[in-house]
Write a protein that binds this ligand. Structure first.
Ligand SMILES: Cc1cc2nc3c(=O)[nH]c(=O)nc-3n(C[C@H](O)[C@H](O)[C@H](O)COP(=O)(O)O)c2cc1C
Length: 201
């Protein structure tokens, strides 16, 4: 019974209405995650935009979920949803729903995992299953020592270049594909300044 409620709740929550632009925000365990409520509320101010959030467990430490006005999905939801073969798989439903994935903030740990194809939680599974014709924008946030470490440079450059389309990461593709949104969304992401810098591959 509880499982049926999970499935019907998901179907309702991820029901797309025509013309809506669906933004999935991924949030990881950086102190910058405290800006999640602000990021969500500013994205929601853009006409025609709908937002959902995928959070890692460590990210939860930094924000108050009561201040986030949209549905937050985490690992527990992924595992509770699936009990039998006919049940939906949450990370697949989320990648189907989202027109854009913004990972803000992207911490060093999740950057390293994504760069190596690891998918051991809901967020990294969404990324691993991502439709590379859709944009993925990421906003790294870490201590300067971590950012300047040679491993970071490798992880930001090398693996992403293999996925040419996943340089859908880049703001340039973000711009091209979402002409009607680009000014608002781009400015919002930049103005929130979660990251030391935006990366374009
Ligand atoms: C108070 C605190 C602040 C942190 N801030 C950052 C940060 O800004 N950037 C970062 O890469 N890691 C930061 N970390 C470390 C991550 O939280 C840690 O690597 C964690 O395992 C990340 O898990 P996740 O990627 O699954 O969210 C911080 C840890 C603590 C305790």
């Amino acid at each position: 019974m509880q499982e049926e409620e999970h499935v019907s709740g998901l179907k309702t929550d991820l029901c797309k209405s025509g013309g809506t632009f669906c933004v999935l925000v991924g949030v990881t365990g950086s102190v910058a995650a405290l800006k999640l409520p602000l990021l969500v509320s500013q994205l929601l101010q853009i006409p025609g935009v709908d937002v959902r959030v995928v959070t890692t467990e460590h990210a939860k430490h930094f924000y108050n979920s009561a201040e986030v006005s949209v549905k937050l999905y985490s690992d527990k939801d992924e595992w509770e949803l699936w009990t039998q073969r006919t049940d939906p798989v949450l990370h697949i439903e989320l990648r189907r729903w989202a027109d854009l994935l913004v990972i803000a903030p992207l911490d060093a740990n999740t950057l390293g995992k994504i760069a190596n194809g690891i998918c051991d939680n809901l967020l990294t599974c969404v990324v691993r299953a991502w439709d590379t014709s859709r944009p993925l924008l990421f906003c790294p946030a870490m201590n300067t020592a971590m950012w300047k470490h040679p491993i970071t440079a490798q992880q930001v450059k090398g693996p992403w270049q293999r996925y040419r389309l996943l340089s859908a990461l880049s703001i340039s593709i973000f711009r091209n594909q979402m002409r009607h949104l680009r000014k608002h969304a781009h400015n919002i992401v930049l103005s929130i300044q979660l990251a030391p810098k935006q990366i374009e591959t």
